[in-house]
Design a protein around this ligand. Structure first.
Ligand code: ADP
Ligand SMILES: O=c1ccn([C@@H]2O[C@H](COP(=O)(O)O)[C@@H](O)[C@H]2O)c(=O)[nH]1
Length: 217
């Protein structure tokens, strides 16, 4: 029988640096069996809706996600079976018709704005991390990212931020900080915070963490 993987939840507001922190962990353990799964991959399929209807969805509310499916796939992985994870299309605001194959791993990072909101998900996690970055920094980063990578205009980013992203952050995301084992101010630039997390993961995996030495090579 396969060994249950270590599951690490990484949350925080939009553009707080969740993906960057997760990548730093992946990079530190690149010789181990480790993968990141994004909650965003489990945004509900909206292909039955017109594009104009999809624009009205509140993507920062827990209802926007098919979290049951994420939990089901995490259980499959935990029991040693590969899964096909949906690939989300942010420009079209719906699932694409493609998936990618994820094999079982020893460490699984589950990243997303609401991964600590669902108790069932939290209970599956061995380490829970909240990346804490000021709202003004996050909106500036989001404007740049959404215009460069997600096909948005400045007006659409500002309007979505004021109508959904900001209020949902304060209603649903920020309150999950209380469930975090570790809060990392400033995300990946907080090298001490990231190193503490890597050391903890290494100790659970029962391996030495040589991240300092790797940096100096
Ligand atoms: N500590 C940091 N300093 C400067 N830029 C950062 C930092 N962390 C993330 N970024 C940048 O901010 C943007 C959003 O970061 P990302 O990690 O994708 O956030 P999230 O996954 O929370 O949405 C990216 O362009 C990333 O390169
Ligand atoms: O169709 C969609 C789906 C999501 N969003 C926005 O994405 C962010 C979450 O992604 P981060 O990488 O954590 O920023 C969320 O705030 C949604 O508003 C979207 O705009 N459209």
């Amino acid at each position: 029988m396969s060994k249950k993987p270590i599951i690490i939840g990484v949350t925080g507001g939009s553009a707080s640096g969740k993906t960057s922190v997760s990548r730093a962990i992946l990079d530190n353990f690149k010789n181990e069996k480790i993968a990141m799964i994004e909650h965003d991959s489990y945004y509900k399929d909206q292909s039955h809706l017109d594009f104009s209807e999809r624009l009205k969805t509140n993507y920062d509310h827990p209802f926007a996600f098919d979290t049951d499916f994420l939990i089901e796939q995490l259980k499959e992985l935990s029991e040693g079976r590969a899964v096909d994870i949906p690939i989300y299309d942010y420009e079209k605001h719906t699932r694409s018709d493609k998936t990618y194959r994820q094999d079982p791993q020893d460490v699984i990072i589950v990243e997303g704005i609401l991964v600590l909101d669902d108790k069932r998900l939290r209970d599956m996690m061995d380490i829970k991390i909240f990346v804490d970055t000021d709202d003004d920094v996050r909106i500036l980063r989001r404007i740049k990212r959404d215009m460069d990578e997600r096909g948005r205009t400045l007006d659409s980013v500002v309007s979505q931020y004021l109508s959904a992203v900001k209020p949902m952050y304060h209603q649903f995301i920020e309150p999950t900080k209380r469930y975090a084992d570790v809060i990392i101010p400033e995300g990946v630039s907080n090298t001490v915070g990231v190193d503490i997390i890597n050391t903890k993961i290494a100790s659970i995996l029962d391996i030495d963490n040589h991240s300092d030495e790797k940096e100096n090579v």
